[in-house]
Design a protein around this ligand. Structure first.
Ligand SMILES: Nc1ncnc2c1ncn2[C@@H]1O[C@H](COP(=O)(O)OP(=O)(O)OP(=O)(O)O)[C@@H](O)[C@H]1O
Ligand code: SF4
Ligand SMILES: [Mg+2]
Length: 775
């Protein structure tokens, strides 16, 4: 829902798009009505939190006050109206879910966190009996979609009520890096501020934990592809003896990409579970146990959805016990859920099965079968599937393959070899549990592979099935639950076969149905100018349960949007170089503290190479950090520590990253981040929309690009004292009719097309004089 619109001229009135992109600070606030300055939350937003028990509302006011518990713990703390409003709405959703619970369960849920606030908790329990249960049970009041601008402080806004009244809470965020940020920084800060005795655990995917069984097997076998990997293995063996968690992130000396990791970690398929001799000391099991016992569990979206589907890493047991589920960076959910609500088959699974069957067969049934031969023929057949493609790193929809494509023959041959291994395993399964486990895996692979040995149907040739009649614009992307797309991803050594549903809404809605718990979806970027239809339709949520809160920042004076003139079109081969040439004077004016965010890895390479040359030639002292040179966490730590570094990275740096102050004063974005249309799932989605008579660009691509761009822009202003320039080098923002819709969705920065204005802005900030080495 849109925020209060300020009186006065609209953006269109103040600004002819073809004229210089420049306005006075005052005039620039109207377009992005959802992100205006320091105003109070809108009446509609407040309605969602109005039902909150007054005692709890008062408690939150005190905690978030200028002299409250948080202020005592956090440097530069200021009371922010939006943050308080969001915390109230989150608490109200928790209360609603409490009302819907059977009484003993509700008591359990509120017992622990209400310890500090006994009166509030008791009152709520009393009122619960009179509450209208039916309404709360419909998945209505206990669900909240809340959008509040980047840097507003959403993390504290949900952590405070979560720690006080959330019961058992699962917080899911976008990446492992953000999981660490929450676990190591934000949660301890709030816990100390409130002085509440909550226990916290972090749960990552199984592949993050060392596996004793496979570590021992690999160490015993002693065959590794290179000397380097052998030395990594030695590090890992030493690490295994001293680590408490077995989390591979703790062993910095072995890169995340080292091949040896796959040999010393387990997969869902090859884990021996209770039959494992190491079961008692198993790190995966230990992480699960800790998650079971903790009050707050921090996970990531990949794990959350992978586990709903595969029931592997303990979420399946965790979920039923949770009273509150909070999705931060919730704009990523549709994409992530799509990945997991489908089915994926990788040729790597056949290679792993061959490897494990040979090892276990030789270990327990050496004389019965020629395991090595069976394993190597299966391996060869799996590799032949990869050889059916000449291309590398491509994604293809199955409809693009002709009937006689070599893939189909290769899959048939793979099926034959898999059948042979399966019967050998079946004959020996009695002799060892580990052989029985291989047999189960072989049978699962057989079942999935059977769906792939046939060439595409006529329907698939036309991309996707048509949508049911009666789908309207208002429903946005709601698709037939049965609409699926089969597609293929070719990597350097493996091939993945995917079957992906076009809409996750019905599956996700089913997961949420019938269980009275609070669901919070939050992010800076869920709506397009206050309209949540797109997001709600994708996730199967009710768009009416949504709110947008205004930003606490004075964007017109804190930020400047700069779109340089005379740049070529992004499709031009000269584009990346032109971006670099245009960015250079802005970088120089900034005095360092720059994110250069590129939409392709090729642009990252090109820009970082040219920057390196310029830095050397001009004797600049700006440290250059490039994505890929170190882990993301490491790069960001260095960026914060240097204070005047230049970081060149791709989209993965855009989201959730928190750098306050002068360390970041210029964000350069090369082009508008439209997803490449060669993605088979995207192109199938777009086709489906066209067939429904909708404009795929307006309904899907544009909103997605707006969300991604807002995330990039949001890195800049994180505190009332931050100042910075957002430079977007894509003139479609000004030249194309849809450009207006995009920049109106950005924070209402002052705007310019002149580098002179950028220089003046930085001079006002005093940045240039602070930096040495600028020529
Ligand atoms: N009331 C406050 N006063 C001052 N600083 C605050 C306040 N609340 C949060 N902060 C700080 O502001 C920064 C941004 O907070 P946070 O990371 O929660 O933002 P966010 O709303 O999640 O933004 P994004 O959408 O970009 O993730 C953090 O460094 C946080 O410590
Ligand atoms: S139980 Fe599974 S993950 Fe744990 S040590 Fe055994 S095989 Fe590895
Ligand atoms: Mg955040």
């Amino acid at each position: 829902m849109p925020g209060a619109r300020r009186a006065g001229r609209t953006l269109q009135e103040t600004l002819a798009l073809n004229s210089p992109l420049e306005t006075s600070p005052r005039a620039s606030t109207a377009g992005a009505a959802t992100q205006t300055g320091t105003s109070a939350p809108t009446p509609a937003a407040s309605a969602l939190s109005a039902s909150l028990n007054p005692r709890r509302a008062a408690e939150l006011n005190e905690i978030f006050a200028d002299n409250g518990l948080l202020a005592r713990q956090i440097d530069g703390y200021r009371s922010r109206a939006s943050q308080i409003e969001m915390s109230r709405a989150v608490a109200a959703a928790m209360e609603a879910s409490g009302r819907a619970m059977p009484e003993p369960a509700m008591f359990e849920a509120q017992k622990r966190p209400a310890r500090r606030l006994q009166t509030g908790g008791a009152d709520a329990a009393g009122e619960a009996a009179e509450a209208d249960e039916a309404q709360a049970l419909d998945g209505g009041e206990n669900t909240l979609i809340v959008e509040a601008g980047t840097g507003t402080g959403k993390t504290y806004a949900y952590l405070v009520p979560a720690m006080l009244w959330g019961g058992k809470v699962i917080v899911s965020t976008g990446t492992k890096h953000l999981q660490d940020q929450l676990f190591q920084r934000d949660i301890p800060t709030v816990r100390d501020a409130l002085a509440v005795p909550v226990s916290v655990a972090m749960l990552k995917g199984r592949a993050n934990y060392l596996c004793h069984y496979y570590l021992q097997r690999t160490a015993d076998n002693g065959r590794l592809p290179s000397r380097q990997e052998t030395s990594y293995l030695q590090d890992i063996v030493r690490f295994a003896k001293i680590t408490r968690t077995g989390d591979k992130a703790e062993l910095a000396s072995v890169p995340e990409t080292a091949a040896v990791w796959s040999m010393v970690t387990s997969t869902r398929e090859n884990c021996l579970g209770q039959e494992c001799p190491h079961y008692k000391d198993c790190f995966v099991m230990q992480a699960r146990r800790e998650a079971q016992q903790a009050d707050i569990v921090v996970v990531n979206h990949h794990l959350f959805f992978a586990d709903i589907m595969l029931r592997d890493t303990g979420m399946a047991e965790l979920l039923p016990t949770a009273n509150t589920i909070i999705f931060d960076e919730a704009h990523q959910l549709p994409e992530t859920a799509t990945l997991f609500f489908g089915e994926t088959l990788s040729t790597a699974q056949f290679l792993e099965l061959a490897r494990d069957s040979v090892a276990e067969g030789l270990g327990h049934a050496r004389d019965a079968v020629d395991w090595v031969k069976l394993g190597s023929t299966l391996e060869r057949a799996a590799r032949d599937v990869r050889l059916a493609f000449k291309e590398d790193s491509v994604r293809l929809s199955i409809g693009q393959l002709p009937d006689d494509h070599p893939l189909f023959a290769a899959l048939e041959a793979l099926e034959t070899e898999l059948d042979a291994l399966e019967s050998a395993l079946a004959g020996q399964a009695e002799r060892a549990e580990s052989i029985g486990a291989c047999l189960r895996r072989a049978r699962e692979l057989q079942a999935v592979l059977a769906g792939w040995t046939t060439p595409p149907t006529e329907l698939e040739r036309q991309s996707v099935d048509t949508a049911p009649a009666g789908t309207t614009e208002g429903k946005g992307e709601r698709a037939d639950p049965n609409e699926k797309v089969r597609w293929i991803e070719v990597f350097a050594h493996t091939v993945q076969l995917h079957e992906t549903p076009l809409s996750v809404a019905p599956i996700f809605a089913k997961q949420r149905a019938g269980v009275p718990r609070a669901w919070i979806f939050t992010s800076a970027t869920l709506s397009v100018r206050g309209d949540f239809t797109h997001y709600a339709a994708q996730m199967g949520l009710n768009a009416k349960r949504s709110m947008t809160l205004p930003s606490p920042f004075d964007y017109p004076s804190q930020g400047l949007l700069y779109v340089p003139r005379n740049l070529p079109q992004p499709s031009s081969p000269m584009f990346t170089d032109a971006v670099f040439d245009a960015a250079l004077p802005a970088i120089e004016a900034s005095g360092g503290g720059v994110f250069m965010l590129c939409t392709t890895l090729r642009a990252v390479d090109r820009i970082s190479a040219r920057l390196r040359d310029v830095i050397e030639a001009r004797g600049w002292n700006y440290p250059l950090l490039v994505q890929g040179d170190a882990s993301r966490t490491e790069l960001l730590d260095r960026f914060r520590a240097y204070g005047n570094a230049i970081l060149v990275g791709s989209q993965s740096f855009w989201e959730g990253v928190d750098v306050r102050g002068d360390a970041l004063s210029l964000v350069v974005i090369d082009k508008l981040p439209f997803a490449p249309p060669d993605d088979p799932v995207l192109s199938a989605r777009l086709d489906a929309l066209t067939k429904k008579g909708l404009s795929p660009f307006a309904v899907h691509q544009l909103p997605q690009a707006v969300i991604t761009l807002k995330q990039g822009a949001g890195r800049l202003i994180r505190a009332e004292t931050d100042r910075g320039v957002l430079m977007i080098c894509d003139t479609r923002l000004v030249d194309k009719p849809y450009g207006r819709r995009i920049w109106q969705s950005l924070p209402p920065f002052r705007r310019t097309r002149e580098i002179e204005v950028v220089r003046e802005f930085f001079e006002e900030s005093g940045n240039v004089t602070q930096q040495a080495g600028v020529d």
